[in-house]
Write a protein of this length. Structure first.
Length: 274
């Protein structure tokens, strides 16, 4: 019993008022640094072009991890008497406790480190996990937060990457593909429809002129489906861009005498049960 007490007492350094003050000071400094980066860097990123904004935003979680590592390296020697024997003893005890007490949390934190290096998502990316699609606004140690098109902030634990697919619309780039669909009667001039739709996208104020405009077609039982694919200059304009292409595309087709179509009403009733 005395040997066990002695071993435990040897794990810790003598803690006096100066040590406590240094620990508190280090926590305050690191906390202030993390809060400053979370506030200042996103603000600076809004003043930068899309490409530089993504780089600036991606530095926020990296700096947070580095700051926490510095804090651990700073505090641990103040509290513990670091020797090889003590290190093995502490690491073993902590690993067993963590394994039983915070299994889910540990899984999310580990997944967060994996996500930090594999980069399935970054700050500023537009991603879809499960039923949730939105812009990544925060990448924490345990979870990622996305802002949906309805301006809701959804928090998703990192360990979802073990079980769910992550769809990334722009993958760190400053633009993403937008698609507008048009249903046209089958007896219309295909080349004329394609030319009209391309002109609609090419004259949009949201278009990224560095990327090509593409029109693809699919023949269905009731119509020809045209998918107008183009890239906006700014990912946040994707919904305005799709709306603009859809509105002006329909107007251009109707103005040229192109017949638009839709699924028969009886098929719609069967599908929806209305």
């Amino acid at each position: 019993m005395e040997d066990r007490v002695k071993r435990i007492s040897n794990l810790f350094n003598e803690i006096d008022g100066w040590v406590i003050a240094e620990i508190m000071l280090s926590i305050i400094v690191v906390w202030a640094f993390i809060k400053a980066t979370q506030k200042i860097l996103p603000w600076i990123s809004e003043l930068l072009p899309a490409k530089l904004r993504h780089i600036t935003l991606n530095s926020v979680p990296i700096l947070r991890v580095l700051a926490l590592l510095v804090l651990i390296i700073w505090i641990v020697p103040l509290i513990f008497n670091i020797t090889l024997q003590n290190f093995v003893f502490i690491a073993g005890a902590l690993s067993v406790a963590a394994g039983f007490a915070v299994k889910d949390l540990a899984s999310s934190v580990i997944a967060g480190f994996v996500a930090l290096f594999e980069k399935p998502y970054r700050m500023g990316d537009w991603i879809k996990i499960g039923d949730h699609y939105g812009e990544v606004v925060s990448v924490g140690m345990r979870a990622v937060q996305i802002r949906t098109p309805d301006d809701n902030v959804v928090t998703i634990a990192h360990d979802r990457i073990w079980t769910d697919s992550v769809s990334n619309a722009n993958d760190g780039y400053g633009t993403l593909m937008c698609v507008a669909e048009f249903h046209v009667a089958q007896n219309q001039d295909v080349s004329e429809v394609c030319a009209l739709l391309k002109t609609v996208a090419q004259t949009s104020p949201y278009l990224n002129l560095d990327r090509k405009v593409i029109v693809v077609m699919q023949n269905t039982a009731f119509s020809m489906v045209y998918r107008l694919k183009a890239y906006p200059f700014e990912p946040r304009n994707q919904f305005a861009f799709i709306t603009d292409m859809t509105e002006r595309g329909n107007a251009a087709l109707l103005g040229a005498g192109i017949n638009l179509t839709s699924a028969p009403e009886e098929l719609f009733s069967q599908t929806t049960g209305i």
